[in-house]
Design a protein around this ligand. Structure first.
Ligand SMILES: Cc1cc2nc3c(=O)[nH]c(=O)nc-3n(C[C@H](O)[C@H](O)[C@H](O)COP(=O)(O)O)c2cc1C
Length: 150
Protein backbone atom coordinates (compact mmCIF):
# COMPACT_ATOMS: atom_id res chain seq x y z
CA UNK A 1 0.00 0.00 0.00
CA UNK A 2 1.11 3.54 -0.75
CA UNK A 3 0.17 6.07 1.94
CA UNK A 4 0.39 9.81 1.34
CA UNK A 5 0.84 11.43 4.75
CA UNK A 6 0.23 15.14 5.03
CA UNK A 7 0.92 17.81 7.63
CA UNK A 8 -0.63 21.21 7.12
CA UNK A 9 -1.31 24.40 9.03
CA UNK A 10 -3.51 26.26 6.55
CA UNK A 11 -4.55 23.57 4.06
CA UNK A 12 -2.00 23.81 1.24
CA UNK A 13 -0.24 20.52 1.98
CA UNK A 14 -3.56 18.69 2.29
CA UNK A 15 -4.58 20.03 -1.10
CA UNK A 16 -1.24 18.93 -2.58
CA UNK A 17 -1.67 15.49 -1.00
CA UNK A 18 -5.07 15.14 -2.64
CA UNK A 19 -3.59 16.25 -5.98
CA UNK A 20 -0.80 13.71 -5.60
CA UNK A 21 -3.37 11.00 -4.89
CA UNK A 22 -5.19 11.96 -8.08
CA UNK A 23 -1.97 11.76 -10.14
CA UNK A 24 -1.03 8.37 -8.70
CA UNK A 25 -4.53 7.00 -9.26
CA UNK A 26 -4.51 8.24 -12.84
CA UNK A 27 -1.11 6.56 -13.17
CA UNK A 28 -2.71 3.23 -12.28
CA UNK A 29 -1.57 3.03 -8.66
CA UNK A 30 -3.62 2.46 -5.53
CA UNK A 31 -2.92 4.88 -2.69
CA UNK A 32 -4.59 6.67 0.20
CA UNK A 33 -4.09 9.95 2.05
CA UNK A 34 -3.71 10.20 5.80
CA UNK A 35 -3.17 13.10 8.18
CA UNK A 36 -0.17 12.95 10.50
CA UNK A 37 -2.43 14.25 13.26
CA UNK A 38 -2.91 11.39 15.71
CA UNK A 39 -0.62 9.08 13.72
CA UNK A 40 1.90 7.25 15.88
CA UNK A 41 5.35 7.23 14.34
CA UNK A 42 5.94 3.61 15.40
CA UNK A 43 3.17 2.51 13.05
CA UNK A 44 5.39 3.41 10.08
CA UNK A 45 6.90 -0.06 10.48
CA UNK A 46 3.60 -1.40 9.09
CA UNK A 47 3.80 0.79 5.95
CA UNK A 48 5.44 -0.21 2.68
CA UNK A 49 5.59 3.14 0.86
CA UNK A 50 5.14 6.45 2.72
CA UNK A 51 4.98 9.71 0.80
CA UNK A 52 5.16 12.83 2.97
CA UNK A 53 3.55 16.09 1.85
CA UNK A 54 4.40 18.57 4.59
CA UNK A 55 4.66 22.30 5.15
CA UNK A 56 6.92 24.18 7.57
CA UNK A 57 5.61 26.70 10.07
CA UNK A 58 6.80 28.97 12.87
CA UNK A 59 10.57 29.22 12.67
CA UNK A 60 11.29 25.98 10.81
CA UNK A 61 8.76 23.99 12.87
CA UNK A 62 6.29 21.26 11.88
CA UNK A 63 2.65 22.31 11.53
CA UNK A 64 0.97 22.03 14.98
CA UNK A 65 -0.88 18.82 14.07
CA UNK A 66 2.37 17.02 13.25
CA UNK A 67 4.33 17.96 16.40
CA UNK A 68 3.47 14.73 18.31
CA UNK A 69 4.27 12.60 15.24
CA UNK A 70 7.64 14.28 14.80
CA UNK A 71 8.48 13.93 18.50
CA UNK A 72 7.68 10.20 18.21
CA UNK A 73 9.73 9.82 15.05
CA UNK A 74 12.79 11.19 16.83
CA UNK A 75 12.49 8.57 19.58
CA UNK A 76 12.52 5.57 17.22
CA UNK A 77 15.72 3.53 17.29
CA UNK A 78 18.31 4.05 14.57
CA UNK A 79 17.86 1.60 11.69
CA UNK A 80 14.39 0.54 12.87
CA UNK A 81 12.55 1.18 9.56
CA UNK A 82 14.67 -0.73 7.02
CA UNK A 83 11.67 -1.94 5.00
CA UNK A 84 10.09 1.46 4.42
CA UNK A 85 10.34 3.27 1.08
CA UNK A 86 9.64 6.99 1.16
CA UNK A 87 9.74 10.36 -0.58
CA UNK A 88 9.09 13.90 0.67
CA UNK A 89 7.29 16.80 -1.01
CA UNK A 90 8.03 19.87 1.10
CA UNK A 91 6.01 23.08 1.03
CA UNK A 92 7.66 26.29 2.17
CA UNK A 93 8.53 29.88 1.40
CA UNK A 94 12.05 31.21 0.77
CA UNK A 95 11.17 34.39 2.70
CA UNK A 96 11.81 32.32 5.82
CA UNK A 97 15.32 31.47 7.03
CA UNK A 98 14.46 27.85 7.72
CA UNK A 99 13.26 27.04 4.21
CA UNK A 100 11.32 23.75 4.04
CA UNK A 101 12.96 22.72 7.31
CA UNK A 102 10.30 20.24 8.39
CA UNK A 103 10.51 18.40 5.06
CA UNK A 104 14.30 18.29 5.43
CA UNK A 105 13.98 17.09 9.04
CA UNK A 106 11.63 14.25 8.09
CA UNK A 107 14.02 13.19 5.34
CA UNK A 108 16.96 13.22 7.77
CA UNK A 109 15.07 11.22 10.40
CA UNK A 110 13.90 8.60 7.91
CA UNK A 111 17.49 8.26 6.70
CA UNK A 112 18.60 7.72 10.30
CA UNK A 113 15.91 5.06 10.67
CA UNK A 114 17.22 3.15 7.66
CA UNK A 115 14.28 3.83 5.34
CA UNK A 116 14.96 3.95 1.59
CA UNK A 117 14.44 7.28 -0.20
CA UNK A 118 13.06 6.50 -3.65
CA UNK A 119 13.09 10.05 -5.05
CA UNK A 120 14.86 13.27 -4.03
CA UNK A 121 12.88 15.64 -1.82
CA UNK A 122 11.08 18.34 -3.79
CA UNK A 123 11.27 21.72 -2.03
CA UNK A 124 8.56 24.19 -3.04
CA UNK A 125 8.80 27.96 -2.74
CA UNK A 126 5.02 28.57 -2.81
CA UNK A 127 5.06 26.86 -6.23
CA UNK A 128 3.74 23.46 -5.18
CA UNK A 129 1.05 23.48 -7.86
CA UNK A 130 3.74 23.84 -10.56
CA UNK A 131 6.14 21.35 -9.00
CA UNK A 132 3.69 18.60 -8.08
CA UNK A 133 2.83 17.19 -11.56
CA UNK A 134 6.44 16.61 -12.70
CA UNK A 135 7.39 15.20 -9.28
CA UNK A 136 4.41 12.81 -9.43
CA UNK A 137 5.37 11.85 -13.00
CA UNK A 138 8.85 10.86 -11.78
CA UNK A 139 7.40 8.94 -8.87
CA UNK A 140 4.86 6.82 -10.77
CA UNK A 141 7.32 4.59 -12.67
CA UNK A 142 9.47 4.21 -9.55
CA UNK A 143 6.45 3.02 -7.58
CA UNK A 144 5.20 0.83 -10.39
CA UNK A 145 8.66 -0.78 -10.59
CA UNK A 146 8.38 -1.67 -6.92
CA UNK A 147 4.83 -2.93 -7.43
CA UNK A 148 5.75 -6.23 -5.82
CA UNK A 149 6.28 -4.40 -2.56
CA UNK A 150 3.27 -2.13 -3.06
C1 LIG B 1 3.62 32.12 10.32
C2 LIG B 1 4.27 31.37 9.17
C3 LIG B 1 5.49 30.78 9.37
C4 LIG B 1 6.12 30.08 8.31
N1 LIG B 1 7.38 29.55 8.51
C5 LIG B 1 8.01 28.96 7.47
C6 LIG B 1 9.35 28.45 7.62
O1 LIG B 1 9.97 28.51 8.68
N2 LIG B 1 9.94 27.87 6.53
C7 LIG B 1 9.32 27.77 5.32
O2 LIG B 1 9.92 27.27 4.38
N3 LIG B 1 8.05 28.25 5.15
C8 LIG B 1 7.39 28.83 6.19
N4 LIG B 1 6.11 29.32 6.02
C9 LIG B 1 5.46 29.16 4.69
C10 LIG B 1 4.52 27.95 4.63
O3 LIG B 1 5.21 26.74 4.77
C11 LIG B 1 3.82 27.97 3.27
O4 LIG B 1 2.95 29.08 3.20
C12 LIG B 1 3.04 26.69 2.99
O5 LIG B 1 2.48 26.73 1.69
C13 LIG B 1 1.91 26.49 3.99
O6 LIG B 1 1.34 25.23 3.76
P1 LIG B 1 0.12 24.69 4.67
O7 LIG B 1 -1.09 25.51 4.31
O8 LIG B 1 -0.03 23.27 4.26
O9 LIG B 1 0.50 24.79 6.09
C14 LIG B 1 5.47 29.99 7.06
C15 LIG B 1 4.22 30.58 6.87
C16 LIG B 1 3.62 31.28 7.91
C17 LIG B 1 2.28 31.94 7.67
Amino acid sequence: MITIFFATQTGNAEESAENLLKHLTEGGLTARTKTLYDYQAGKLAEEQVALFVVSTFGDGEPPDDAIPFYAGLQTLAEGSLPGLKYAVFALGDKCYDEFCKFGRDIDAQLGRLGAERILATEECDLDQDVKLPPWADQLIPLLAEKAGAV
